[in-house]
Design a protein around this ligand. Sequence first.
Ligand SMILES: [Ca+2]
Length: 501
Amino acid sequence: MQTFPLSSTPDRPVSPLNRLSDSNVPAPLLALIVLIGAICLAPAAERSPNFIFILSDDIAQGDLGCYGQELIQTPRLDQMAAEGTRYMQAYCGTAVCAPSRASFFTGLHSGHSPIRGNYELAPEGQLPLPAETVTIAEVAKSAGYATATFGKWGMGFFDTTGNPFKQGVDRFYGYNCQRLAHSYFPTYMHDDDQPFLLPGNDGQGVGETYAQELIQNEMIRWVKANAEKPFFLFYAVTLPHGRYEIDDLGIYKDKPWSEKEKAFAAMVTRLDSDIGELLDTLKELGIAKDTLVIISGDNGAATAPESDVSQRFKQDRNGLRGYKGKLYEGALRQAAMAWWPGTVPAGRVDAQPWAFWDLMPTFVEISGATPPDGYETDGLSLVDYLKGGKAPQRDSFYWELNGQQAVRFGQWKAVRNAINKPIEIYDLEKDPGESTDLAATRPDLVKEAGTILIQSRREDPNWLLGTRTPEHEKSAREAWKVKRWRDDNQWVPENARPLER
Ligand SMILES: [Ca+2]
């Protein structure tokens, strides 16, 4: 619980009793004044906890020391794990950027979410959240929270219904469009909806002004400015998504590794130190015990196990199969931790499953919000689980992406890699690496999974089962064509302003 100093000189508190006893106030009135004074000085009513969700773009279990990484240094995230709880089976929304963050933002899995893939729109942005979707930021606003998103948005450009300010976000700073976020030295970003220029950058490679430096500083500034009231912060950090670009190779500068490997390691360590700064800030502000912080990757590792980066850093990913873009566990199970000193147990490591869409009802419970009309969720509250109890029980977890579908039901996992491909069945208890397909010997499970795969989704004209729509394909081609033209011509928005530091 947080209390605030009532005096402007809190280190020399003035007792109302001492002050009043020197006066000529009659005793009964004095008693009443003292009583009122005591009520006024009583601790403030328990404040609703802050909620910070840090979504690291493409971080994976194999990247962090607390999950077994030995070459890349992540002391602050390892400390966060020691001070909080680390999860072995925290599931993302689905296995690429936009739909994974949309699952968090809407509380819906990818069979119900309005955003089920990376759907590029020209000239800038992705398929927007519809106006009627109730978002977690809107829920936060309804409960009186300050709300912000820093980093990569990807759920609609400013001239669409997916404008962050139309979806409950009061403060935005960073990349609206995911295509722009491939550069760590972009020529421009957005401060709210105002584009601004980053000096010394051409957007093609390493430049002078590192985007994450600006985003981190603005994020810390916002937290400090909003420390005295409940706040909701979605920190969508682009690190360590490619391209592998960094302003300082730091402790890796002289390693006998390729430049790409050094950059990747430095980006992970930069993520680590930036999150460390955020947690330090919460402690310095005296609000650590009032703040639930959850960090997770959005889609598992971006690199194949046989790639140079994965080989260099021996990322065995705890034996999980697959990576970003597919629906095997290596993409779905995230590096994820919760931190809330005094509430989330320190040093706990747990392997019960939960998913991004659970964070909406979790936040509804901790905030005490009454969600707006139209609220719906596929999730279940994790509050008891976060506090050290058991994860909620449920029948299934569901994912889809670009025609692939997957479901986890009990110990079983079913994957169908395309509508015309067979359903595969794995026993996650005995075979977490999904190496042995049991479909041939368990037709009963194939049948059960087939039913769940149909029942878990609702039709959406933007997201056909089994294929991307022709409109989607055409839109993607056009969007990338515009992006290439803009890159080639050093395009910046007409109304872009110089950077104000
Ligand atoms: Ca991602």
